[in-house]
Design a protein around this ligand. Structure first.
Ligand SMILES: C[S@@+](CC[C@H](N)C(=O)[O-])C[C@H]1O[C@@H](n2cnc3c(N)ncnc32)[C@H](O)[C@@H]1O
Length: 292
């Protein structure tokens, strides 16, 4: 109800973005027929909790583009059943595109207008490499839900080696669950580790946030850290390096499971105050002039 009211209030550009999406969703309303070749084991939808963890990132990206979060055009180019559109609408993001179209054909014919790409790509074949190649060439922020092992792949260092300071990570204290839809993944194809309800959590995955130039990843990261310290979510950790992700997860779990980014933010402010105090108290050396 609220979602449809908001949809009515949005402008023309949003209409085009949403209309195309409707075409895709019509084809795939109950049992989607994909308009591209698929591997049955790639069909796994992301759980809502994972999207909660990137809300502060999406809010900061909206601020960067000087638009309200509900107008932020979020594009997920990999389509399973489109459930992610509802998950993001529940979080206040109403301009989300995830439709039944071949991402690779779209790359040839023209990508839709978007402010940010957000996806959980398929892992089979060379999809991960193709997805990352698209992202590194993009001028838009890309938020990717990937297994932690992806960062150790040679193709990852080849693509992002010189841009690794443009990436940071958000990882959940509790592993994310993925759902393999029963109508897309027949019982006979389900791997043994998938539950009867289609849920699976086979490895630690985390969000890789890539901010291309002209974004200033350092400033963005510090703002994000402070925002998350104030308002959460507290069941995930934020880190610049994957090694730190592992260390922070371990430390936070050992402390009882609640992420304490507020402590980090306070530590940072304390350090700044101490540095400032030291600077002020430093005895002036006769004959020298200090510049700020
Ligand atoms: C891991 S699922 C994630 C779906 C959705 N992005 C999400 O997060 O819930 C990956 C999906 O990519 C889709 N896919 C595979 N090849 C594709 C292509 N060429 N274009 C668009 N989607 C594709 C598959 O149908 C599969 O369901």
């Amino acid at each position: 109800m609220v979602a449809s009211k908001r949809r009515l209030r949005t402008g023309n550009r949003k209409k085009t973005f949403a209309r195309k999406q409707h075409v895709g969703r019509k084809i795939s309303s109950t049992s989607p027929v994909h308009s591209f070749q698929t591997d049955v084991l790639d069909h796994a939808e992301t759980e809502p909790r994972a999207y909660c963890h990137v809300v502060p990132v999406l809010q900061l990206v909206s601020k960067h583009f000087q638009i309200k979060p509900n107008k932020l055009q979020i594009w997920d180019p990999y389509f399973c059943k489109g459930t992610m559109v509802k998950h993001l609408a529940d979080l206040g993001f109403h301009s989300v595109r995830n439709v039944n179209e071949d991402f690779y054909k779209v790359q040839q014919t023209g990508v839709p207008d978007h402010h940010v790409l957000l996806t959980n790509p398929p892992y089979s074949s060379d999809h991960l490499e193709r997805c990352l190649t698209f992202c590194v060439e993009s001028t838009k922020p890309c938020i990717l839900l990937l297994p932690c092992w992806v960062a150790k792949k040679p193709y990852f260092s080849k693509l992002f080696g010189c841009r690794d300071n443009h990436i940071f990570f958000i990882a959940s204290l509790q592993r994310y669950n993925y759902t393999m839809p029963a109508d897309l993944v027949p019982e006979s194809c389900k791997p043994s580790w998938v539950g009867d309800d289609g849920q699976t959590s086979p490895f630690q995955s985390c969000w890789y946030v890539y901010l291309p130039p002209p974004f200033k990843p350092g400033i963005f990261f510090e703002n994000l850290k402070c925002n998350m310290a104030k308002s959460g979510p507290f069941d995930c950790v934020l880190a610049k390096r994957l090694q730190s992700v592992k260390w922070k997860l371990k430390k936070t779990r050992a402390q009882g499971g609640q992420g304490r980014p507020e402590a980090e933010c306070h530590d940072q402010e304390k350090r700044k105050r101490k540095k400032h105090r030291q600077k002020c108290e430093r005895p002036a050396v006769p004959g020298t002039v200090e510049f700020d």
